[in-house]
Ligand binder design. Structure first.
Ligand code: SF4
Length: 444
């Protein structure tokens, strides 16, 4: 116990986060609460700040053990945006929520008897093929590591030790590498009971390769949006050639079971020759049931889409827009042209009407500069004939300085425009059945 206390004190004083494995090893909330008084006495008081994850973990655990739930909630609400991808903070958010629930609700949201299919079915390939995950960031935090250096690459990322470890934590009910505050399946209690699924069949099928792959290996984009990056990023031709080589030699051979593909959650598909190469190959993959095209829409190529007949009737599209007015669009989507975009949105609407595109979604990432336009954006969705409009809060991906992020995080209770934000959420337009709220912070 003394060794653990020393280790946590060191973490707090050095502002080093506690790894989630150590948090579990210490006995999670109860273990930390037991050690809390001694730890806090030994810490440098100047380090006990909201951006210090180890301190927040100890302090919240203590408050929870004392049943001071309102205080624990408030502390986490203030600290979470500063540690938004941290797994231990996710554990604490989940623990506080569970304590506040009724016994029936607690059972619905408990994880021990639940099953998540994602790590047995899905693969997400990111950043120059440098790493992959079995669940999309920022939910699942343990990457299945890969390396740019060819000799250090795992030969089979789908069945790599990292992937197996993640699957083990689903089967043992700990969900240790899932961000329990960010995962909507956990936050909304929508995971199925273990006994309602044929787990053995899923495990056996998954051994042959992923059923769903998200291809985000090239970050190239024609825009540099506030929520995503600070500068324009376009990979030159030799890099594109290398991406194509890796795709053909290492990725394509493991796609024999592929049912669902997504291109791309980072960068823009139509700004990337290597992503378009992947799209061409996927359009000819017979096992595929659906291909999601994720794009900012500005470079959507009607001619190419018409030419790739294998996409027709299987393609679904999501266009990220984040504004309903040209002025706001130019702020949040730097480098974009709203009038040009509207033309493209109508072109895509035509393909939807022909059913060459089977689902058409517009996406809106909420922040302080655009939240007032949410109802107008719902009306725009109707105007162009889209099926759905999704809203999510802006996560601190870049990451931007905490102070800057908090100014944009209008959903935080202490934000000066939080009351106005809540009023917008209650606008009748937001009750349109086409509205999909992806973040729990947006539920009025
Ligand atoms: S983070 Fe959520 S979706 Fe991802 S594996 Fe865990 S429970 Fe499943």
């Amino acid at each position: 116990m003394q060794q653990r206390i020393e280790k946590i004190v060191l973490a707090i004083n050095g502002k080093e986060p506690l790894p989630v494995e150590f948090f579990y090893e210490c006995g999670k909330i109860n273990g930390l609460a037991e050690m809390a008084r001694e730890i806090l006495e030994k810490c440098d008081q100047a380090c006990l700040t909201l951006d210090n994850q180890a301190y927040i973990a100890v302090k919240t655990s203590r408050l929870l053990a004392e049943n001071l739930l309102a205080e624990a909630s408030e502390l986490l609400q203030n600290a979470a945006p500063l540690n938004s991808l941290d797994l231990v903070i996710g554990e604490l958010i989940y623990a506080v929520a569970q304590k506040r629930r009724s016994p029936e609700e607690r059972k619905k949201f408990s994880l021990e008897d639940k099953f998540c299919m994602d790590p047995f079915y899905s693969l997400f390939i990111y950043d120059s093929f440098e790493y992959a995950r079995t669940c999309c960031t920022p939910r699942m935090r343990l990457p299945i590591l890969r390396s740019k250096a060819v000799e250090q690459r795992e030969k089979n990322i789908w069945n790599s030790p990292g992937a197996e470890l993640i699957r083990k934590t689903i089967l043992d009910g700990s969900y240790m590498y899932c961000h329990k505050g960010n995962c909507p399946k956990i936050a909304f209690g929508s995971l199925p009971e273990k006994n309602a699924v044929d787990i053995q069949k899923i495990v056996d099928t998954s051994a042959h390769g992923p059923g769903s792959v998200t291809f985000s290996f090239d970050n190239s984009c024609n825009l540099w949006c506030v929520s995503c990056r600070n500068e324009l990023e376009v990979q030159p031709a030799p890099v594109q050639q290398e991406y194509i080589r890796i795709f053909d030699s290492e990725i394509a051979p493991m796609l024999q079971n592929l049912e669902l593909a997504r291109l791309s959650t980072r960068g823009d598909l139509f700004a990337s020759p290597s992503m378009l190469h992947a799209l061409r190959m996927l359009s000819e993959t017979s096992s595929l049931k659906a291909i999601w095209l994720m794009t900012n829409g500005l470079l959507f190529d009607s001619g190419l889409f018409t030419e790739l007949a294998g996409l027709h009737g299987r393609a679904k599209i999501q266009v990220s827009v984040d504004a309903a007015k040209a002025d706001t669009y130019s702020i949040v989507r730097r480098g974009g042209d709203f009038e040009k975009l509207k033309g493209k949105l109508h072109e895509i609407g035509e393909f939807r009407r022909k059913n060459w595109i089977t689902h058409y979604r517009l996406a809106f990432v909420v922040q302080s500069v655009n939240y007032r336009e949410m109802p107008d954006f719902v009306r725009l969705t109707e105007e162009i004939g889209a099926d759905l409009v999704s809203f999510s809060i802006m996560l601190n991906h870049i990451p931007m300085p905490n102070e800057e992020y908090r100014k944009r995080a209008v959903w935080l209770p202490e934000h000066p425009e939080n009351d106005a934000f809540k009023t917008v959420l209650k606008d009748p337009a937001m009750r349109n059945p086409k509205v999909l709220l992806i973040s729990s912070e947006l539920v009025p």
